[in-house]
Design a protein around this ligand. Structure first.
Ligand code: IPE
Ligand code: MG
Length: 246
């Protein structure tokens, strides 16, 4: 247990994580990569519980990108089936049975079975009032923004929206995260310091935190460290405020 004391009044409302390092975690242990993904999936469950304990309302994790389809077939198959079964099994229990689960990303390339599972998870947790856990699957931020642009263009074409009425909110309203609070903190594990096409629009004023820890080893202490770092930054949102965290 860490001895860090967090400021309860400055808990970020929305935290996103690029979970990375499952493969390297497995390799270091001479295990197949898929076992890293297995441990990684269990860890989403653990970290979600920790996030809920700390008072985070929205946790958004990058599980599978629009580019991850290029990985070897057996790895893609594993990621797209096994961990999801795990979630289905633990759905009722997730964060005291009161967590809401959402899947963000394209839906047209998911298997029928996977889609059914997704719909079931979303439907059965939609009225829950605990933490909202969003699993980004077949998610790419450029893809998300492109789709939003097409939707907005169609509204203009159909005479339902005046071009002069398009503003930043219009675009936000067409993203998967439309009802979510602003993103406060983005964490990436495993020592990589890239955004990798994740939440590009939503990241506008988020604080970034990178840790060398591989995702399967990331835990509550690590999350507390990330939030502590966030709480000690001077968020100015483009202004000139000097006071910490104002
Ligand atoms: C993250 O772990 C999980 C996914 C992107 C699906 P990686 O599979 O990227 O692990 P490394 O980077 O090879 O260690
Ligand atoms: Mg990786």
């Amino acid at each position: 247990m860490s001895d860090i004391v967090l400021d309860k009044d400055k808990i970020p409302a929305h935290v996103a994580i690029i979970l990375d390092g499952n493969g390297r975690w497995a390799k270091e242990r001479h295990l197949p990569r898929v076992l890293g993904h297995r441990k990684g999936a269990f860890n989403i469950y653990e970290v979600t519980k920790a996030a809920q304990d700390l008072g985070i309302k929205y946790l958004t994790v990058f599980c599978f990108s629009t580019e991850n389809w290029t990985r070897p077939d057996d790895e893609v198959k594993y990621i797209m089936t096994k961990p999801m079964r795990f979630f289905k099994r633990f759905r009722k229990d997730i964060v005291g049975g009161n967590g809401r689960i959402k899947i963000l990303g394209r839906r047209d390339r998911l298997s029928k079975e996977f889609l059914a599972m997704v719909n079931d998870m979303e439907e059965s947790t939609k009225d829950h009032t605990g933490i909202t856990l969003s699993l980004c699957v077949d998610y790419g931020s450029r893809d998300e923004i492109t789709t939003a642009t097409k939707e907005i263009a169609k509204l203009v074409k159909d005479g339902k929206l005046d071009i002069d009425d398009i503003n930043e909110q219009t675009i936000s309203n067409h993203l998967f995260t439309k009802d979510y609070p602003e993103l406060d903190l983005l964490i990436r594990t495993s020592g990589e310091e890239r955004i990798s096409n994740f939440l590009l629009w939503q990241l506008a004023y988020a604080e970034l935190y990178f840790t060398k820890t591989y995702w399967p080893d990331f835990n509550k202490d690590e999350l507390v460290k990330a939030i502590y770092s966030y709480q000690n930054r001077n968020r100015r949102f483009g202004g000139l405020k000097d006071d910490k965290n104002k």
